[in-house]
Design a protein around this ligand. Structure first.
Ligand code: NAD
Length: 362
């Protein structure tokens, strides 16, 4: 990998590697942008096959966080951390302490939190070595599990997409196919069921699936069949890259709108969805409830405001759809342009004030 070329092409500010042999810590932090504020983004722990995989993952995730914060109207930049390790085997108090020291050494340019493979309990341990961590348990005055807020944002986003596609955001009688009934998927299914949507779902954990299906009257299908369910909305709430060359031709939906990060295996698929007349809700827009929720811990706004800001995902999506129609580009590109526009505006403001002479008080 041509690392400096990649950083220049994607405008990353900083990448830091940290190794602590005694604690068994191998971590990378990527700070993509601090134009809007300190870089905020979770810490992923994953048994990456190679160091290059870990590096590429952290770079891509950090960039995504910049656009997510920008479109959510937050005064945060984008960053991310990865720890190379197996979350089921390699966690220890020493590891979290060493990770906390690493984060502290960045003096607040990056604020960490939970992500895939890490939990609010882990973040409470990180908090022993640094203040620059959010997503703490409620018992530690944190915002707790962000999943309910994320699910609410996805629900609002689905309604906006229905309005854009069908002229009405009423979900009564609409069929939604939810992939994954985990923390976000289950909350989302509850909100959709309350609005009278017909639900079909797939979930790898059969016991969990059966329990939620019974509670909400969901029709379950085997995991691989979810792509072919004839529905109004396909809501990926499990893994990334589920819209790929193999699955795209199998979709029988009008809208793809779900919580999973990085749903498009590559950007070209955003063009293909548009050609197939399928409206795509860019994932970093619709799933921003989580970052809004943890962002409330930094003190600029409270938990109640976090729900209001998350509700506004509805308006963001309508703006993105309008721009996509006006400019004849797919929604993922329209979202990127809007996110970039806010960052450019703030950059110009910074440049203006930097070039202005200080006022001399008499
Ligand atoms: P989770 O691990 O609680 O839920 C994922 C569920 O998907 C699990 O129950 C798992 O068994 C199921 N699953 C995995 N592969 C599947 C498959 N092939 N078919 C059907 N089911 C499958 O995770 P979560 O917190 O609910 O997050 C879901 C997605 O949303 C993830 O991609 C996550 O990165 C993203 N996300 C979550 C949040 C949040 O606040 N939790 C915020 C933003 C984005």
């Amino acid at each position: 990998m041509e690392i400096f070329n990649y950083l220049a092409e994607h405008n990353h500010e900083e990448v830091v590697f940290w190794s602590d042999k005694t604690a068994g810590l191998r971590a990378i932090v990527a700070i993509h942008s601090t134009v809007l504020g300190p870089a905020l983004g979770g810490c992923r722990m994953w048994p990456y096959v190679s160091e290059e995989d870990a590096l590429l993952d952290v770079l891509r995730l950090a960039e995504g966080m910049t656009y997510k914060a920008s479109l959510a109207g937050l005064d945060f930049g984008g960053g991310k951390a990865v720890i190379i390790g197996d979350p089921a085997r390699d966690k220890s108090a020493g590891l979290w302490q060493a990770f906390g020291k690493f984060i502290n050494s960045l003096h607040g340019r990056y604020i960490t939190g939970e992500d895939v493979g890490t939990t609010v309990v882990d973040m409470a341990l990180v908090h022993q070595s640094t203040p620059y961590v959010v997503g703490l348990p409620k018992t530690e005055h944190g915002s707790g599990d962000p999943s309910p807020v994320t699910a609410f944002g996805v629900y609002r986003g689905i309604r906006a997409c229905c309005r854009a596609c069908f002229g009405l955001d009423d979900l009564r009688g609409r069929t939604v196919a939810v992939q994954g009934l985990g923390k976000v998927g289950a909350h989302l299914a509850r909100l959709l069921a309350q609005d009278g949507a017909r639900l079909v779902a797939s979930e790898l954990n059969a016991e969990r699936a059966a329990k939620i299906a019974l509670e909400l009257g969901i029709k379950l299908v085997p995991p691989d069949d979810i792509y072919e369910v004839k529905c109004d909305v396909f809501a990926p709430c499990a893994l990334g890259a589920v819209i790929n060359d193999t699955t795209i031709g199998r979709l029988r939906c009008r809208i793809v709108a779900g919580a999973a990060n990085n749903q498009l295996a590559d950007d070209q698929l955003g063009f293909e969805l548009a050609e197939r007349n399928i409206l795509f809700a860019p994932d970093y827009v619709i799933n921003a409830g989580g970052i809004i929720s943890i962002g409330s811990e930094v003190g600029a706004f409270d938990a109640q405001t976090a729900w209001h800001k998350t509700s506004a995902i509805y308006d963001s999506l309508l703006r993105i759809v309008a721009l996509s129609r006006e400019e004849g580009v797919p929604t993922h590109l329209a979202a990127h342009r809007l996110a970039q526009a806010r960052i450019e505006l703030v950059k110009q403001e910074h440049a203006f004030f930097a070039g202005r002479p200080a006022i001399n008080p008499k």
